[in-house]
Write a protein that binds this ligand. Structure first.
Ligand SMILES: [Zn+2]
Length: 298
């Protein structure tokens, strides 16, 4: 859901793309910023910066990540702050455009899962206010969600009547439960150590279970053209890791997943014409669409 927190203005270093060159003077090995959460390297270039936030690009594996992530305490209650939309407006023909669009997208996510998995039990990690859980339930999945934000979980339970709990992924793992399907819609980019979360999620999957996820695409044409203002790809307070098709694929593989697949999904969105979808599909084909959709098997 859109949030109302003003975006910081970022300064981009567009000439910092050269990678893997020991002699490149732009490669910074100083102690400013943490090591790469994917490969552990301390060699990086600065991709963009604003005030005290620095987005770094690993010189060894190319992962883009926030070098100095802020404390998360209370962050996601702020993210999901406010009363939230009218839950009865979450329908296919809703008068609220954002909910009508989200409803359509979530149905297509369910169709994607059904076309590639026969599983029924589903855990939505980072479920927010629970809209996907609600759709998955209606579509016949045994769905439940978890999120760290108490405000979002209260909305899910009390207003949307969606089964969700305020839990961490580690707490669920400690309970020894397993699921056929795990979904993470726009979650991974919020994490400072995404591979750790992917490994824990894998431990929650039954043998042959499937993970489905979506993140903003650092390589998207929209981001390249309007990056400084596009919240989907760049929001240092909330987004800590920024993926390309290659770095997300690597992250999933190194977390132990098999059959890592980038899905060529171009959601049909009500109110937008076929031309819109065709352009999205073309961008998707070349890895330049706004979002990346991946599936992987445990
Ligand atoms: Zn790295």
């Amino acid at each position: 859901m859109p949030n109302t927190i003003p975006l910081p203005r970022l300064t981009f270093h567009t000439q910092s793309h050269t990678l893997g060159n020991q002699q490149d003077p732009r490669v910074n090995t100083s102690s400013i910023g943490r090591p790469c959460p994917e490969c552990g390297s301390s060699r990086h270039t600065t991709a963009c910066e604003e005030e005290h936030f620095r987005v770094l690009r690993c010189a060894d594996c190319s992962l883009v990540f926030l070098g100095n992530p802020p404390d998360e305490t209370g962050l996601y209650d702020e993210y999901h702050g406010g009363p939230g939309p009218d839950p009865t407006a979450y329908t296919a023909d809703s008068h609220v455009p954002e909910l009508r669009e989200l409803h359509a997208i979530n149905l297509q996510r369910c169709a994607w899962i059904r076309s590639t998995s026969e599983g029924k039990s589903l855990l939505d990690i980072g479920c927010g206010r629970g809209f996907f859980v609600k759709s998955a339930q209606r579509e016949g999945f045994l769905a439940q969600g978890i999120d760290v934000a108490g405000a979002a979980i209260r909305y899910a339970n009390e207003r949307l009547n969606a089964p969700a709990g305020q839990e961490t992924i580690d707490a669920v793992a400690a309970q020894g439960r397993t699921y056929d399907i795990i979904t993470m819609w726009h979650v991974l980019e919020h994490l400072a150590r995404p591979r750790d979360a992917l490994q824990t999620a894998r431990s929650l999957l039954a043998p042959g279970g499937m993970l489905y996820l979506e993140v903003p695409n650092w390589n998207s044409l929209k981001f390249v053209l309007t990056g400084r203002r596009w919240e989907g790809g760049n929001h240092p307070r909330f987004h800590r890791t920024f993926f390309t098709p290659a770095t997300l694929s690597r992250c999933l593989t190194s977390a132990g997943y098999a059959y890592v697949t980038r899905a060529r999904i171009s959601y049909a969105v009500p109110g937008r014409g076929d031309a819109y979808r065709l352009i999205k599909r073309a961008l998707n084909e070349i890895g330049r669409d706004a979002f990346l959709d991946f599936s992987a098997r445990a």
